[in-house]
Design a protein around this ligand. Structure first.
Ligand SMILES: NC(=O)c1ccc[n+]([C@@H]2O[C@H](COP(=O)([O-])OP(=O)(O)OC[C@H]3O[C@@H](n4cnc5c(N)ncnc54)[C@H](O)[C@@H]3O)[C@@H](O)[C@H]2O)c1
Length: 253
């Protein structure tokens, strides 16, 4: 994609691997300075070091999105180093164990909601405080195809991802006339460490999921990154509170 984000700053949560890293690298290759925030400090710093070695401006930070103070500190540190915040991709998330709802544990439900939904809320809150001061910015939240359709065995994950869609739409309306655009992506099944783990744990079920993708294959992290970058670009200037679903046709049925 031919997008230039020169002299602009991007913040990516869960950016040490998978879709997050592909997106952080895409922002960097488009000229932005990138802050990679993740729950494992070493992994975040090492991902940032790889980008720095390639000639980009990057910062690796510890940030647990389930802890609002940690989120606020990571965003403050990003603005402290790079001076501003233009883009945020709220990507950090985790999968819940696949379980029948009658057997699910409250602690698993609470953890998935704390990271996937409250984490996105906390990130948006503190990103918006900076963007509101600037009067500009673009935020993309990460939901899932499970934010648009129910997936049996994944009720808590499905609820968290549906919640991200609602959170995005409401916040997007608040900031529509304040120079800040907020949208949400709902990826289908993408070849990342999260899916590799699910594949190792439940090979037959995961193969069935892949066979069910209308396109006939998983997506790549780079295909999701390009959707995020486009949503942040001036070309998406009329997109407010929209759901973009790079899912190989999964939700087209
Ligand atoms: N891979 C898929 O098929 C797929 C499909 C739809 C949506 N998603 C969503 O995309 C996002 C990225 O997924 P991925 O497949 O790249 O997974 P991944 O497991 O490879 O990456 C998730 C990242 O989030 C980080 N993270 C987890 N908990 C965190 C916390 N509390 N604070 C900060 N960082 C934390 C992890 O360390 C990891 O770097 C997730 O929100 C996931 O739900 C993935």
């Amino acid at each position: 994609m031919n997008i230039s984000f020169k002299n602009q700053v991007a913040f990516v949560t869960g950016g040490a691997g998978g879709i997050g890293y592909a997106t952080a690298r895409a922002f960097a290759e488009a000229g932005a300075a990138v802050s990679i925030a993740g729950d494992h400090e070493d992994a975040a710093k090492s991902a940032a070091a790889t980008l720095t070695k390639a000639g980009h401006r990057a910062l690796g930070l510890r940030c647990d999105v389930a802890d609002e103070a940690s989120v606020a500190a990571a965003i403050d540190a990003t603005v402290g180093v790079f001076g501003r915040l233009d883009f945020a991709y709220n990507n950090a998330g985790l999968h819940a164990p696949s379980v029948e709802t009658a057997d699910a544990l409250a602690k698993d439900f609470d953890r998935v909601i704390a990271v996937n939904l409250r984490g996105v809320w906390a990130c948006m809150k503190h990103e918006l405080r900076q963007m509101r001061k600037q009067g500009s910015g673009a935020i993309v939240n990460c939901s899932s195809q499970s934010g648009l359709a129910g997936i049996a065995g994944l009720a808590a994950y499905t609820a968290s991802k549906h919640g991200v869609v609602g959170l995005t739409k409401a916040a997007a309306l608040e900031y529509a006339r304040k120079g800040i655009r907020i949208n949400v992506i709902c990826p289908g099944t993408v070849d990342t460490p999260m899916v590799a783990k699910a594949m190792a744990d439940h090979p037959a079920e995961m193969q069935a999921v892949i066979d069910d993708i209308p396109l006939g294959r998983m997506g790549t992290p780079e295909e999701i990154a390009s959707a995020v970058l486009w949503l942040c670009s001036p070309g998406a200037g009329f997109m407010i509170g929209q759901v973009v679903a790079p899912d190989g046709g999964y939700t087209a049925r």
